[in-house]
Design a protein around this ligand. Structure first.
Ligand code: BES
Ligand code: MN
Ligand code: ZN
Length: 503
């Protein structure tokens, strides 16, 4: 897919389709107005007959509009004018691209930058356009048989989208947005692919190989720690989870050091359970296949590294990914086992299905070695978070309010939101154990909070935030698939930080 920034009149573009917006009031966007004038009121006539009401994200495809160079015109509903939110813009973009993907359209001219938004600038609109378009066209087909793949590749596809600015003076800002959008969507797409791959392919070793492959293409430093090295470091908690699987565990360490030498790094830690059966506390069978997505935290770290590498972001960032499988086995840990973590704190395993925190705690202790400015961990940690927030917001927990607010606002900007959850001392006693320093579960009440409380016992030495992405990393049901979240939030956060440090 090729995107480019252009300017010019909508009626003059000789392409397969021109996309123009219509408001719910019947008001035409400037490009829709100029098409209407060139076609002697063709659009106004369509609206008069009630075929398009301008409702947000509704679409109507018109062929052979008289006086127009393009083969088709796609009318897209922009909703109520004057009160459009950023999320409405994204919905309108997604709806138009999805509508065109079903047609023979190859070359598109979009005039959706014209949509009135009170707060967002041309750069933001262009970046969002690119990301929403790529998101709508994403397809995971590599595991289909060859015959199916051939059929798919025969279908005509959109190959080029020209994004029109209303004035050439806006072209530079749009170009900046285009580059940001491309970098971000390639990170999101990597995160989606890794999530969607089956667990017999996407093993800890596969994740390590993906990281290593990025050394050549993206100029990162990558180091893979094997079981023996982790034993020396005393990572008894992580290795406890890993011991039930024949897949060897990997601790993947990535470094993007493009900031000032003296700047302390931001450390991202991603949960990389490539399949979570629950272990001896085995999960029920229904939807267990979705536990292949239990490495989406890891995937979001790799995706974010890809995005910031493509942006060449002037910032120091370290990624740490503990990757293993959680399997039941003769050698697996059992409920009642006591593990000694790298921090020296002991943990009574009361449920082997609360394994995410067991691998993260050692990775969080390992993070200290990088003298971080701050640490963010990303994990599909608890079903309880899905009950609390559903599938719209990731859960955000932090031991530092400024950091929490920066992440919340980056999420809002990126349309990849998180919601601030409590991390009060009041919840800590739920983790008391009679036999070790702490238990690995805190009962049913406030399950996502006690999971965060567990992690907080390993993050006392630095500013830290935890994103529970159990509800946001993938979709279930008919549209089952990875979302690539929270790559947009993380990339936006890092970009804001780089902008601040370098200005
Ligand atoms: N990976 C799961 C969390 C999860 C479950 C995410 C379902 C999305 C959907 C995690 O390892 C887990 O099993 N957590 C347990 C914790 C419990 C045993 C305290 C859970 O949420 O049930
Ligand atoms: Mn589990
Ligand atoms: Zn898990």
């Amino acid at each position: 897919m090729e995107f480019s920034i252009k300017s010019g009149k909508a009626e003059k573009q000789a392409c397969d389709c021109v996309i123009v917006g219509i408001y719910e009031s019947g008001k035409l966007s400037p490009a829709a107005t100029s098409i209407d004038q060139a076609s002697n009121g063709f659009i106004a006539n369509v609206l008069k007959h009630g075929d398009m009401d301008g409702k947000l994200a509704s679409t109507l495809l018109l062929h052979h509009v008289p006086g127009i160079q393009s083969h088709r015109v796609l009318l897209v509903g922009l909703g109520k004018s004057g009160e459009a939110k950023a999320s409405c813009y994204r919905k309108a973009v997604s709806a138009s691209i999805k509508a065109l993907a079903k047609t023979g359209t190859k070359h598109v001219a979009s005039y959706l930058l014209e949509m009135d938004l009170p707060k967002e600038c041309v750069t933001w609109k262009t970046a969002q356009f690119v990301e929403a378009a790529q998101d709508s066209l994403y397809h995971f087909g590599v595991m289909k048989g060859q015959a199916t793949q051939k059929d798919q590749s025969k279908k005509e596809k959109i190959v080029g989208i020209d994004i029109y600015v209303s004035d050439v003076s806006a072209a530079d800002a749009a170009e900046t947005g285009l580059q940001q959008g491309l970098a971000l969507s390639s990170g999101v797409s990597l995160a989606k692919d890794l999530g969607n791959l089956p667990p017999n392919v996407c093993t800890p070793t596969y994740l390590a190989d993906q990281a290593l492959a990025m050394v050549k293409t993206h100029g990162l430093t990558v180091q893979i720690l094997e079981r023996e090295e982790m034993q020396k470091l005393g990572m008894g908690s992580f290795l406890g989870v890993a011991q039930g699987s024949v897949q060897p565990p990997k601790l993947i360490v990535l470094q993007h050091l493009k900031g000032k030498k003296t700047d302390k790094p931001v450390v991202l830690v991603g949960k990389g359970i490539t399949f979570d059966t629950g272990g001896i506390s085995i999960k029920p069978g229904a939807e267990m296949d979705e536990m292949k997505y239990d490495m989406c935290g890891a995937a979001s770290v790799l995706g974010t590294f890809k995005a910031i590498a493509e942006m060449d972001l002037p910032l120091n960032v370290v990624g740490i990914i503990p990757a293993c499988e959680n399997m039941p086995d003769g050698n697996a840990i059992r409920p009642g086992d006591v593990l000694t973590s790298m921090s020296g704190q002991t943990i009574e395993v009361l449920n082997t299905d609360a394994e995410g925190r067991l691998i993260l705690c050692d990775a969080l202790t390992y993070a200290e070695k990088f003298e971080p400015a701050l640490v963010i961990d990303i994990a599909t940690l608890t079903g309880a978070c899905v009950i609390a927030l559903g599938h719209h917001a990731s859960g955000l927990f932090s031991n530092q309010d400024t950091l929490a607010h920066e992440l919340i606002s980056a999420g809002e900007q990126a349309l990849d939101r998180a919601w601030h959850m409590p991390l009060w001392e009041d919840y800590q006693p739920q983790l008391d154990s009679n036999f070790a320093d702490m238990a690995n579960i805190g009962g049913r009440a406030g399950g996502s909070i006690t999971a965060a409380c567990f992690l907080s016992r390993f993050t006392k030495k630095y500013h830290w935030a935890h994103l529970d992405i159990a509800g946001t990393a993938w979709k279930s049901g008919k549209e089952k698939g990875s979302t690539g979240r929270p790559v947009p939030l993380l990339t936006g956060f890092l970009k804001n930080r780089a902008d601040k440090l370098n200005n």
